[in-house]
Design a protein around this ligand. Structure first.
Ligand code: PGA
Length: 254
């Protein structure tokens, strides 16, 4: 499989920083384009310019969020039409920072997922438990519920990504172990099999791990059977670390 590396740049980086990161990413991928699926997700304001930088190569573009309607009186929101217009192919939905800071609910995430699919965008749906939920033994229930609610009513789609991100390790430098993440992936697979056929789950849904991934631990995650890729914040904003992660993806590509 080709490992997937999604870079979530959050509310960071202006155009000059992005340009140098893209140059670094290109240098690390040159000649190995088929061995890594690399997606960069800058802020909305940088999408257009970033797409221009990516035109001649294989690095893909994603957004960090979108609204669930095509257009209308939704001040401050961005529609899927606007994302596809600037060349986005992917969109991160339901990130824990949006659930936490912007009160995004499972129902809102679900509406966004359905809308993204309608417009041919690949949703990267984030799920994961908080520290309190894990410590009180609710990890499994929380993740299963989030997956089920996010995908309610989903029928025809080309591709969906589910990113398991334990909320309490994001941005801490302390990832969970690959085995811990793999056990949650198996649980997600069981949940997905309640919603779709085995064939659909195998061929159309990819599972990612996110939360303090960097060049030193990415290999462990990608070596797990059910982890097809990673969603990375902090380490994806530093050229050397980004290059290190790309090299690991290439090394593990089969
Ligand atoms: P992190 O962020 O890699 O900095 O932990 C991951 C994420 O929030 O998607």
């Amino acid at each position: 499989m080709t490992p997937i590396l999604i870079c979530n740049w959050k509310m960071n980086l202006t155009n000059p920083d992005i340009e140098s990161l893209i140059v670094a990413a290109e240098a690390a991928t040159r000649g190995q384009e088929k061995d890594v699926e690399l997606v960069v997700c800058p802020a909305f304001t940088a999408l257009h310019k970033t797409h221009g930088l990516l035109k001649l190569n294989h690095i893909r573009l994603g957004a960090q969020n979108m609204f669930w309607e095509d257009k209308g009186s939704f001040t401050g929101e961005v529609s899927p039409l606007m994302l596809t217009e600037v060349g986005c192919e992917y969109v991160i939905l339901g990130h824990s920072e949006r659930r936490g800071h912007c009160a995004e609910t499972d129902e809102m995430v679900n509406r966004k997922v359905l809308k993204a699919i309608e417009h041919g965008l690949i949703p990267i749906v984030c799920v994961g438990e908080t520290r309190e939920q894990r410590e009180s033994g609710q990890k499994e229930v929380v993740v299963m519920e989030q997956v089920k609610k996010a995908l309610a009513g989903v029928q025809n789609f080309d591709r969906i990504m589910i990113a398991y991100e334990p909320v309490w390790v994001i941005g801490t430098g302390q990832a969970v172990s690959p085995k811990d993440a793999e056990s949650v992936m198996q649980l997600i697979n069981v949940t997905l099999l309640e919603l779709f056929t085995g064939d659909v789950v195998r061929s159309k849904i990819t599972l990612l791990y996110g939360g303090s991934v960097d060049a030193s631990n990415i290999g462990g995650f990608l070596s797990e059977k059910d982890i097809h890729g990673v969603l990375v914040g902090g380490a994806s904003m530093q050229a050397e670390k980004l290059q290190g992660m790309i090299r690991e993806c290439v090394r593990l590509s089969s």
